[in-house]
Design a protein around this ligand. Sequence first.
Ligand code: ZN
Length: 411
Amino acid sequence: MTDLTEELIERLVRYCAIDSQSDADSPSSPSTAIQLDMQRLLVDELTAMGAQDVTLTDYGAVLATIPGTAEGPVVGFLAHVDTAPQFNATGVKPRVIRGYNGGAITYPDDPSLSLTPDAFPYLGEKRGHDIVTASGLTLLGADDKAGVAILMSAARRMLADLSIPRPTLRLAFTPDEEIGRGVDARLPADLGADFAYTFDGGRVGEIEDETFSADGAVVTIRGVSIHPGYATGKLVNAIHLAARIIETLPQATMTPETTAGREGFIHATDMEGGASEMRLKLIIRDFEREGLEQKGAILRKVCEAVAATEPRASITCEITPQYRNMRYWLEDDMTPVELARESARDIGLEPVSIPIRGGTDGSRLTEMGIPCPNLFTGMQNIHGPLEWISAQDMALAAQLCLAISARAIRS
Ligand SMILES: [Zn+2]
């Protein structure tokens, strides 16, 4: 097979330089118009390489078909075009370090930064690889431009060569994954796949079939607002009550910073307001339904207990579901997971499955009826200036895409 490494580097560098950051505070769909710059480019490139049914949907996703050469299930492949809102993504200047020598990588635009194998041992395994990083002032955006480059390169190769075996494949490039809005209600039907994969994972070999289950919570505290000069015995300060709720919630356990592995948490993400009204936002995470419910119950109990100390205040706690562990559905039919594992072995990799302490587009898609595990791309240190990726890792991911397609016709 021809080596896709150079094409992957070229695509990654070009895609990462395009700002397509999403914005959780925007009500529009997609959340930012700049994401459509990426989408229009993909429409042009997919059309030029001969993909069929190329569409940009009105919810901002790009869909396309790679016609099959054999019978088999319709397999979907997804990557997201938005980059994380957590760090500067404007003016990304990707650079390629050819034949990495195993030493410290420094940054032209921020000399205080350094990427070393001591701090990041996985980098130490990539001696001799071509490493792509940003320049120091921005994230790179390999999350998930790597996934986009992997799918585009694999698609170009399959479309150019009808002798490469595959069933009908459907591609989807989604916006707004980073803000949890990547899967529009119309996407499952528009994708029309029997099962699918996201290319949005990290280390080589990772095939992820478990994500967190996630709820969001908003606690609203209404106090009693009175001019402080006339407040004796009357004013009820919502800030004090909010502080008491935070103080009563677990802090030495059950937070993101005190948990790991399969443990869940309650995480206060936001606190805003004033003496008359306060709003707390929290996220609740656990791998199991029971654990998620227990944590929601703890939050509710704390709110009730604080409310009981001040009957003149009103405290409400609203918990809403966000996404669910994809394992709940995948364990009923492990076909897509097993197909990916066998395909990884076909190209000489040992598959590893580590539960993701987060969610993916695949979590929602799985819940909505299209089983969708997550596959590695190679991306590392995402959402910050030290983000990096090995082009040779990406090439293995592109090979995995081809291997899954080839194996799907036999399954
Ligand atoms: Zn991602």
